[in-house]
Ligand binder design. Structure first.
Ligand code: 9D3
Length: 236
């Protein structure tokens, strides 16, 4: 699959895609990431990407023309499997279900918002979806774009090496059913500074281990993610 990123900070993306699963996906030819500089699509004398908001107020707003021009020049004839995603603080929350959907697409173009925001006509008439990665304030959409690409890339067939593991997680299964957090994990040493790994995990009784992990996942979900437990009770 091909990801396009449209940004005023193209150099931002050198680091995030040079490691781990995203690097391997690119090396394996499963994933291509093309970063485009929004300023390459600005043709006015002053090379301005932003302007003051109508109605007044703080900050600047990304102008619509360069963004429309960029998308139209990358995709002169856009198909249904070529999606435009606007990353903004005002978007719907990105989640695992969205990553699963994106992994089915051929080409995705991520527009990184900056400044106070993006002219609303981009959301209304160009983007298929407007997404936020969480309820906190970032200074732009670049980190969000890297996160969307990471979450999607690892779902692509052949990327994790283990086909079934991606499919498994992509249904948001934990192995303990019912949408809980993953169970906690321990490794050697069994005794680290007097803090012991649970004995049950060392005894080789797989049925007992399975029950322990399920209970530990429930306990941890209840403690850290009450919202997920309520979801599990509702069955969603
Ligand atoms: C006055 C309110 N504004 C700033 C405090 C709103 C605002 C404008 C622009 C908040 C954030 C941004 C820039 N953020 C993004 O472009 C962004 C974002 C985010 O802030 N949080 C979570 N996901 C995303 S995706 C893009």
């Amino acid at each position: 699959m091909i990801f396009h990123v449209l940004t005023i900070f193209p150099e931002f993306f050198v680091g995030p895609f040079a490691h781990g699963v995203v690097k391997r996906a690119q090396d394996a030819g499963r994933l291509e990431i093309r970063v485009h500089n929004l300023r390459d699509y600005v043709f006015d004398r002053h090379k301005t990407v932003d302007d003051r908001p109508f109605g007044g107020g703080e900050g600047m707003v990304l102008k619509p023309e360069p963004i429309f021009l960029a998308v139209e020049s990358l995709w002169p004839r856009r198909t249904a499997r070529q999606k435009v995603i606007l990353l903004s603080a005002q978007g719907r929350l990105f989640d695992q279900a969205a990553a699963n959907r994106f992994a089915q697409d051929d080409e995705l173009l991520l527009i990184c918002g900056r400044y106070e925001g993006v002219d609303e006509r981009v959301a209304e008439h160009l983007a298929d979806e407007e997404l936020s990665i969480g309820n906190y304030v970032l200074s732009g959409g670049e980190l969000a774009a890297a996160i969307v690409i990471d979450a999607t890339a690892r779902l692509l067939p052949g990327v994790l090496g283990n086909e079934s593991s991606a499919a498994f997680e992509s249904f948001q299964e934990t192995g303990h059913g019912e949408g809980l957090l993953d169970c906690p994990h321990w490794t050697r040493p069994a005794d680290f500074r007097g803090w012991k790994a649970p004995e049950v995990l060392l005894n080789g009784n797989h049925e007992e281990i399975r029950r322990f992990r399920r209970q530990a996942a429930r306990e941890k979900t209840g403690r850290l993610r009450e919202d997920m437990l309520r979801g599990a009770e509702r069955g969603d």
